[in-house]
Ligand binder design. Structure first.
Ligand code: WTA
Length: 709
């Protein structure tokens, strides 16, 4: 194609095309293909085209038995998929298994002396800790005894875990899974308040914490968050009976927050009384919930995505094996945090079910310098690496040639969480991967359990910036707003949906099945009474397009979610935090393009009559504090603009789309129908200054931002 090189997210519509409102033209420069090496192909788990055929649509859903067969079952399922109550699918019906048994016990016979987890502390002077499968087995059993006996937790109870990246986090998750306790891990960087809200929503009466951890060279007193979490949960009507605290340095309490008598206990101490105890893994129904993972959506509070035991574990095991090419001999390092879905599926459950060695790094990649990840890779001989475009952009910016100084060799690398710009992909491939590693760009979501689009690393060529074809057994479609299919090679963008159920899809939203249906299935369902799964496509809320070769390119969220450094942030959550400040009348949060983090939140606020605008600085500080307290530092806005009024429709709806356009120097479109069109220019001057700069084309997600609300 003779188009000039385009930046990801810029468009070049065809002059000849006439488009309706619902059609969005995007014109990408097609990137060239890259092929995996012969050496990689020779050893790959997925190199047999016959297996790919097995997953063809006519073999759905039985094809997924292949994934389930990779697990050890106490009782085999009698039906692969029950679709009698759409969209509440049931996978591997009648089957019984235990997730912890599959990730730990079953490996003992062959691999007990092999490293399961290698923990790398952030301070470089501290030694790495190796936990073998045997030791993992012992530690998980002892902790399961504590959870059952000391904490009085039973199968089906929920527990909220607010912990940093230390080995006790996966140990705690696995101990829960052993007993069938539903864990809800809250990202360590979230605030105590965010944790408390999630604990209340899930009905957890036990919180599990760590006293503190290292991050970017600083000690974080994490137990302080527990106090706030307990108070918040109680305000919401959920009593917290026990706070169990892991000490980052066993035997020493490293937090300044006092332990509360009877309520708070050091797990390190309690576990001593359970030394050597073993606990039978509870044989769980395939449909028993394994965990909740809260994520941001279009409206209101974060929702608890509920994942099932059998289908989820089968799906992450199968996808980790085939797309990440994990063998038991591999040293696998995913730099994500376990507090996100990537960490659950592809640090803990997938890799451990495959008996891999999973590296766990406590800190930030650039500490004490940008060579750190490559030193870790060299030292541990990591051969499979997994990270996000934000981390790649950051490492590239700070150390263009740094990886070349280290003698490590990756056979495979994953990228996940955001669209990756072709030039960033190229650096990842050439410099981090040294031209040797096969890359998979995996598109998926908290809700989906595992990968939905990715190349098969030994079989499909890579194409920078494209997630690639659908994963085995996944049948996507792109529809425009009016439900017309967006065809391959049409240069149009639309909403990507998955036509069929798959084992990794969440079961429901915890406590809110209606919201599950309305958020993910209502949009393209034509008949709410239908019992046919074909009438229930999954709506992902991502914009996408498909090239002639069938490769999907993901353009970003089309709802009120901002993808900040690969982490989902609900704009409504940030707005609610702003509205807790008495002087603020209205708040609107929009995404701004950021060179490293992809997108960052920008806040617009207007004050109540009578509130003094002279206190701008003070109010801006209050906004930042409120956001950090209620959500966490990851939600800190890049800018806070105080505006005289919000641009509104005649019915009083805030036009966030207009604000996003101004913030990103894009065309605001038609504003004549607004109730207060004059305010648009005032805001523009406030944000951009008097001189009108050149308008940018801007990325698709920002163009479509606010469309849904
Ligand atoms: C985005 C993370 C482009 C997307 C696993 C999705 C991506 C959201 C990719 C889910 C990718 C994820 N290319 N965009 N390879 N992977 N996304 O729930 O917008 O934290 O909807 O799950 O991240 O984020 P979540």
């Amino acid at each position: 194609m003779a188009t000039p090189r385009q930046k990801l997210g810029t468009k070049e519509p065809k002059a000849s095309q006439t488009l309706s409102e619902a059609q969005i033209a995007v014109h990408w420069k097609e990137e060239q293909y890259y092929y995996p090496s012969k050496k990689f192909i020779a050893q790959a788990n997925l190199k047999d085209p016959a297996l790919v055929k097995k997953f063809s649509e006519k073999n759905f859903p039985a094809c997924f038995d292949h994934y389930a067969s990779a697990l050890d079952w106490d009782k085999k399922w009698h039906k692969t998929l029950d679709t009698s109550n759409p969209p509440f699918w049931k996978w591997f019906v009648g089957g019984k298994l235990n997730a912890c048994y599959n990730c730990v016990d079953r490996h003992l016979a062959k691999y007990k002396n092999k490293a399961a987890i290698i923990f790398v502390p952030e301070p470089e002077g501290e030694t790495t800790t190796v936990i073998t499968y045997q030791e993992l087995y012992k530690r998980v059993n002892e902790l399961a005894a504590v959870l059952g006996d000391f904490a009085g937790l039973k199968t089906g109870d929920r527990v909220t875990i607010h912990m940093p990246m230390i080995p006790e986090l996966p140990i705690t998750m696995l101990a829960c899974a052993r007993l069938g306790i539903v864990h809800s891990v809250v990202f360590g960087g979230f605030s105590g308040e965010a944790c408390g809200l999630r604990a209340a929503d899930s009905g957890s009466r036990v919180l599990i914490y760590a006293d503190g951890y290292w991050r970017n060279g600083k000690w974080v007193d994490h137990k302080a968050a527990a106090e706030i979490a307990v108070k918040t949960a109680e305000k919401e009507g959920q009593r917290i009976d026990k706070v169990l605290v892991w000490q980052r340095y066993p035997g020493k309490y490293s937090s300044e927050t006092p332990m509360v008598k009877e309520r708070d206990h050091f797990i390190n101490d309690v576990v001593k009384a359970y030394h050597g105890q073993t606990v039978q893994p509870v044989s769980q129904d395939a449909e028993a919930p394994l965990f909740l993972m809260y994520t941001s959506g279009t409206t209101g509070r974060p929702k608890g995505c509920q994942h099932r035991t059998g289908g989820y574990l089968a799906y992450v095991t199968g996808t980790a094996k085939y797309y990440q090419d994990i063998h038991p001999e591999d040293v696998y390092w995913c730099m994500a945090d376990i507090g996100w879905i990537t960490g659950h599926s592809y640090i803990v459950y997938g890799p451990l079910a495959l008996a891999a060695t999973s590296v766990l790094y406590e800190g930030v990649p650039q500490y004490p310098d940008v060579g750190r990840p490559w030193r870790i890779a060299e030292r541990l001989d990591v051969n499979i690496f997994h990270t996000s475009p934000t981390a790649i952009r950051m490492l590239r910016k700070a150390g263009l040639d740094e990886p070349r100084k280290y003698n490590y060799h990756f056979k495979h690398m994953t990228t996940v969480g955001e669209p990756i710009e072709p030039e960033v992909w190229q650096w990842y491939y050439d410099v981090v991967g040294k031209g040797e590693a096969a890359i998979v760009d995996t598109w998926w979501q908290t809700e989906t359990g595992g990968f939905l689009c990715t190349t098969k690393p030994a079989l499909d060529p890579m194409k920078p910036g494209s997630a690639g074809p659908p994963a085995l057994g996944i049948y996507p479609v792109i529809w425009d707003e009016e439900g017309r299919e967006v065809k391959a090679g049409s240069n149009l963008a639309g909403n990507i949906c998955i036509r069929n159920p798959w084992p990794g899809i969440m079961q429901t939203i915890w406590g809110d099945p209606q919201r599950f249906v309305s958020q993910y299935y209502k949009k393209y369902n034509k008949n709410a009474q239908s019992k046919d799964w074909r009438d229930w496509p999954y709506y992902a809320a991502d914009g996408a397009m498909i090239a002639k070769d069938g490769y999907y390119r993901i353009l970003g969220r089309v709802d009120d979610v901002i993808n900040v450094a690969g982490h989902r942030l609900g704009t409504k959550e940030v707005e609610s935090a702003c509205l807790t400040i008495p002087e603020i009348a209205e708040a609107a949060v929009v995404p701004a393009v950021d060179e490293v983090k992809g997108r960052v939140p920008v806040v617009f606020i207007s004050l109540k009559p009578g509130a003094s605008a002279e206190e701008t600085r003070a109010i801006q500080d209050k906004v930042t504090t409120a956001i950090e307290t209620m959500i966490g530092k990851i939600a800190r806005p890049k800018e806070i603009h105080m505006v005289p009024d919000m641009p509104k429709t005649r019915s009083g709806k805030i036009m966030r789309r207009v604000l996003a356009a101004i913030e990103n120097h894009m065309d605001t479109g038609d504003i004549t129908t607004l109730a207060n069109p004059d305010v648009v220019e005032q805001i523009r001057v406030l944000v951009q200054g008097h001189e009108e700069g050149k308008l940018q084309e801007g990325p698709e997600d920002i163009k479509r931002f606010g469309q849904e609300s």
